[in-house]
Design a protein around this ligand. Structure first.
Ligand SMILES: Nc1ncnc2c1ncn2[C@@H]1O[C@H](COP(=O)(O)OP(=O)(O)O)[C@@H](O)[C@H]1O
Ligand SMILES: [Mg+2]
Length: 351
C-alpha cells in the first residue's frame, strides 16, 4: 500500500481550534483599549440617527499600522447601521467600507458606492461626475443615508490628490437646503490636509475631527491576544511565556496585526513539529520568519527616488551575494535603475 499523505494530514492533531479568528479580515466583537475611541465616534455621529438629514459628519482616523483603525471603523459603522435600522427608527442607513488601495481611482470608488444601491450598474460608459450625480439621486429618491469609510485614504491622496474627499464632502453642500445623506470617515496612517485641498470650512471641520490612535503597549496587546487565543486555539495550546514574548516583541511597534501574525505563525510552527503546545522557541522562529517593517504596502508608499535607491541596493547585494556593498557600487546600480524606469538620477550629493 502506498503511503497515504492525505489521511496523515487529516489525522494530524493541531493546536488550532478555529484558525479563521487569526485571519487579517476578522473583526472581533469587542475591541479592548479602543472603547474611548468608539465612544467619541458615537458622540459625533449620533445626530445622524437622532436627527437624520440635518447634518453630515466628516471624521478622520489616523495612526500607525496595526493600531486598530480599520477594525474600529468597521465595527463602528456596523453598529451605526444596526442602530439606525432598529424598529422605531427604520432608517435606510447603509455603511460602506472602501479600501482606497484596492479601488485605486476616484472613478472606482464612486462606482463602488453606486453599486451598493445598483449592483448591476455597468462598469464603463459614464464619467466620474455622472456617477456622483447618480449617487446623489439614488440617495434622494430612495430616502437613503450612507456612512462611507474611506480606508487607506492617505495612500490615495498621495497618489491622486485630495479631489475625492473634496468632491464627496461637497456632494450634498451644493444643493440648497438639501437633506444631508452622506457622512465620511477617512482612515489612514497620516492624512495630508494642509495642501490647499479643501476650502477653509471643510478644512477646519476635518482638523477638529481627527482621532489619533496610539500604538499598543505590551499589556494592551496581551488583552487583545487573550481573546484571540481563547477563540483560535485548543485549551492549553500556548505557554504563558510564549504569549508574553509575542506581546513584548509586537509592543516595540505597538502593532496588533504583527502580534496576531506572530501568534499564528508560532501555532503553525507547533503544528509542523507536531507539538501540542506553543513554546517560546516557536515564537522566536516565527519572529525570524517575519519582517513587519518590510510590507509591500510600506514599500509601495515610499517616494519614487527612495524606491529606486532601495532597488539598486537590493540588486547590488544580490549580484555580489555579499553581506555589504559600498555606496559607490550602489550609486552605479542606481543610475542604471533610473534609466530603466525612465527617471532622472539624483546627483551624488543628494543621494
Ligand atoms: N483593540 C483591538 N482588539 C482586538 N483586536 C484588535 C484591536 N486592535 C486591532 N486589532 C486586530 O489587529 C489587526 C490589525 O488591526 P487593524 O484595524 O487592521 O489596524 P490598522 O487598520 O490600524 O492597521 C486586526 O486583525 C484587528 O482585528
Ligand atoms: Mg487598516
Amino acid at each position: 500500500m502506498p503511503h497515504d499523505y492525505i489521511e496523515d494530514e487529516l489525522g494530524r492533531k493541531s493546536v488550532f481550534k478555529s484558525e479563521q479568528y487569526l485571519s487579517i479580515d476578522y473583526v472581533p466583537e469587542s475591541l479592548p483599549h479602543r472603547e474611548n475611541e468608539l465612544r467619541i465616534l458615537a458622540q459625533s455621529f449620533k445626530s445622524l440617527i437622532a436627527t437624520p438629514g440635518r447634518t453630515s459628519q466628516k471624521f478622520l482616523i489616523e495612526g500607525p499600522v496595526g493600531t486598530g483603525k480599520t477594525a474600529v471603523a468597521k465595527r463602528f459603522a456596523e453598529q451605526m447601521e444596526m442602530a439606525a435600522r432598529r424598529p422605531g427608527r427604520n432608517l435606510r442607513f447603509h455603511k460602506l467600507h472602501i479600501n482606497c488601495r484596492v479601488n485605486k481611482s476616484a472613478y472606482l470608488v464612486y462606482l463602488k458606492i453606486l453599486r451598493t444601491f445598483r449592483p448591476e450598474f455597468p462598469r464603463r460608459g459614464h464619467s466620474p461626475e455622472e456617477i456622483l450625480q447618480m449617487i446623489v439621486e439614488v440617495l434622494e429618491s430612495e430616502d437613503r443615508y450612507l456612512l462611507l469609510i474611506l480606508d487607506e485614504l492617505d495612500y490615495f491622496i498621495k497618489q491622486k490628490g485630495g479631489d475625492i474627499l473634496y468632491n464627496l464632502t461637497r456632494l450634498m453642500d451644493d444643493q440648497l437646503n438639501a437633506q444631508q445623506r452622506l457622512s465620511i470617515i477617512g482612515v489612514g496612517r497620516r492624512i495630508p490636509l494642509d495642501q490647499g485641498l479643501f476650502d477653509s470650512s471643510t478644512l477646519s471641520t476635518l482638523q477638529r475631527n481627527i482621532l489619533r490612535f496610539k500604538p499598543y503597549n505590551a499589556i494592551q496587546l496581551q488583552d487583545i491576544l487573550n481573546e484571540r487565543v481563547r477563540m483560535a486555539f485548543e485549551k492549553g495550546a500556548i505557554m504563558k511565556e510564549a504569549l508574553q514574548m509575542i506581546c513584548e516583541i509586537a509592543a516595540e511597534r505597538g502593532d496588533a496585526r504583527y502580534a496576531i501574525e506572530l501568534l499564528w505563525r508560532a501555532g503553525k510552527q507547533a503544528d509542523s513539529l507536531e507539538s501540542p503546545v506553543i513554546i517560546p522557541d516557536y515564537v522566536r522562529k516565527a519572529k525570524a520568519d517575519t519582517h513587519p517593517e518590510l510590507r509591500v504596502e510600506v514599500l509601495s508608499t515610499l517616494p519614487k527616488q527612495t524606491q529606486l535607491l532601495l532597488l539598486a541596493t537590493a540588486r547590488k547585494l544580490k549580484e555580489g551575494r555579499s553581506a555589504y556593498v559600498t555606496i559607490g557600487e550602489v550609486e552605479e546600480m542606481y543610475r542604471s535603475v533610473c534609466e530603466e524606469y525612465g527617471t532622472e538620477a539624483r546627483a551624488h550629493t543628494q543621494i
